[in-house]
Write a protein that binds this ligand. Sequence first.
Ligand SMILES: [Zn+2]
Length: 138
Amino acid sequence: MEIYGKINTKMREAIHFFASELLTPQLKKHIIIKLKFTRKLPVCGFTEVDGYNSKGQPREFTLEINHGMSEKQTLKTLAHELEHLRQYAYGEIDERGTMWLSRKMDHDSVPYHKRPWEIEAFKAEERLYRKWLQMKNS
Ligand SMILES: [Zn+2]
């Protein structure tokens, strides 16, 4: 996995940790992440597909993270966005926002917190953040 962007060693380490928890080693190897910290982002974070492999599967991503959050919130947001990256990479969601697990779904018709991929991402951020703390404290 390659990570581009201005991030410190701890954040870089956390992204690798979360990715290793979510992706197979083989898939992780082919992932490219561009990280941007943005001021006044209306949300905590945002994941966008930038590029595909020869089979048309998403492998390059831009992660936009709200600048100026606490370290805890930044790490949780990174875990949340890495879960979305996983959903894209495995084809569980598509970037047009019309599919969920191969079923047609209009994403805008579902309230944010009821969207199944968001429910998964919020669960993942709690689980991964707790695991990260355990790993750091052991
Ligand atoms: Zn989300």
